[in-house]
Design a binder for this molecule. Structure first.
Ligand SMILES: Nc1nc2c(ncn2[C@@H]2O[C@H](COP(=O)(O)OP(=O)(O)O)[C@@H](O)[C@H]2O)c(=O)[nH]1
Ligand SMILES: [Mg+2]
Length: 360
């Protein structure tokens, strides 16, 4: 069976930390110690791109940060179980340049790149909006309000311009709000604190953004802290201090399943009002043979995911139990169960709990 395709669209103004994040994401998950602990590993589908990412990371270690880029970037990563030859999950990562959100395309080439990029957006199950941690640290609430308002306006503008060309853009319905450069915050600051501050101080702006994205239930519920490399102003970059980069792929996986459940609930409107996520999940599992018939294409991998991860494992908060299931799957050579359960476990370990928080 080919790997399960997860598509993630990453947004953030230039300088927010997207390029550095990609290098840290790759580097952290290629480490032998990562594979030992998490029981899966990452590989770039295109080896040359993988080497470029590593090169970028090694330069970071020497204190050289990347040149700003305004290109749309696209890269694919496979996740393999430890010691098994086949990949279980493929993450397609789309890096949307901040400039698209600010200016019109400069020429026909950029216009075409933009058109192609926006088509990819329609395939993405999850969107990540990267809030610049350095700006939030120095400007406070005003920055978050600005970010939501600005992003809402620009999404609105993109939707209108694309509709005018006859191809209406479709935004992901599941979103993660991620705070970059989390190393600039105190060590006990967690995703839960970030969630509290955002909901307390920017709820109006959040509501407006949700309505523009037509994702009332999907934006503003998942929060992440990310640190690619700790880079204190006067000392060397410390590449061992990343946070949340190992939590990203698991968060994307679980958000995709949640999206499918929500989608299925929405098609049965009369039931969905009070139905919990787990009731919805149970329903999906029951109809797993036919879910592909009524779910939109981007969610059709969910029937496969649900064949390998039980509801019990999805709901389990016990890392030891999840790790046992994972190790059993590895012994049996069950590629999919090993990686998928390993990812769920990663969301519940110490780093996962600090870096990821879901409020509903
Ligand atoms: N403290 C800290 N600074 C970071 C981190 N990631 C990026 N930066 C800083 O932010 C700058 C912009 O990052 P970059 O990834 O190029 O932003 P992009 O424009 O969104 O791709 C970098 O040159 C670094 O100075 C991080 O994890 N921690
Ligand atoms: Mg960049």
């Amino acid at each position: 069976m080919p790997p399960l395709d997860l598509h993630v669209a990453v947004f953030g103004a230039s300088g927010a930390g997207k390029t550095v994040l990609l290098a840290a994401f790759y580097r952290a998950q290629t480490q032998p110690s990562f594979q030992e602990e998490y029981a899966y590993k990452i590989q770039a589908v295109n080896k040359a791109q993988g080497n470029q990412l590593l090169g970028r990371f090694y330069r970071l270690e020497e204190g050289k940060f990347p040149e700003g880029s305004t290109r749309f970037d696209e890269i694919e990563f496979d996740f393999f179980p430890r010691d098994l030859p086949e990949a279980a999950v493929r993450v397609h990562w789309y890096d949307y340049p901040g400039r698209w959100w600010e200016d019109d395309p400069v020429d026909a080439e950029e216009r075409e790149a933009m058109r192609q990029g926006l088509l990819k957006l329609g395939m993405s199950q999850v969107g990540i909006l990267l809030a610049d941690g350095a700006k939030y640290r120095s400007e406070g609430t005003g920055y978050i309000r600005w970010l939501f308002e600005h992003f809402a306006d620009e999404c609105d503008r993109l939707r209108r311009t694309s509709a005018a060309t006859g191809e209406e853009v479709s935004f992901p319905r599941e979103w993660i709000l991620a705070l970059s450069k989390a190393d600039l915050f105190p060590p006990d600051y967690g995703a839960r604190d970030f969630e509290r501050e955002v909901c307390r101080d920017a709820d109006d702006q959040l509501a407006k953004l949700c309505s523009v994205l037509r994702a009332e239930h999907a934006f503003g519920h998942r929060f992440m802290l990310l640190s690619s490399v700790a880079a204190p102003a006067d000392s060397q970059v410390d590449p061992r201090t990343s946070l949340g980069v190992r939590t990203l792929a698991p968060a994307i996986l679980v958000s995709t399943v949640e999206g499918a459940v929500r989608e299925a609930q929405a098609t049965r409107k009369e039931k969905s009002a009070k139905e919990t996520f787990f009731q919805g999940l149970r329903d999906l599992v029951q109809f797993v043979d036919s879910v592909d018939d009524f779910l939109p294409k981007r969610y059709q991998i969910v029937s496969k995911i649900l064949r390998f991860v039980s509801i019990k494992d999805f709901a389990s908060t016990r890392v030891d139990r999840l790790k046992k299931v994972r190790e059993d799957a590895l012994r049996r050579g069950d590629t999919f169960k090993a990686v998928l359960t390993g990812m769920v476990a990663a969301l519940r370990d110490e780093e996962g709990l600090r870096a990821y928080h879901q409020n509903q």
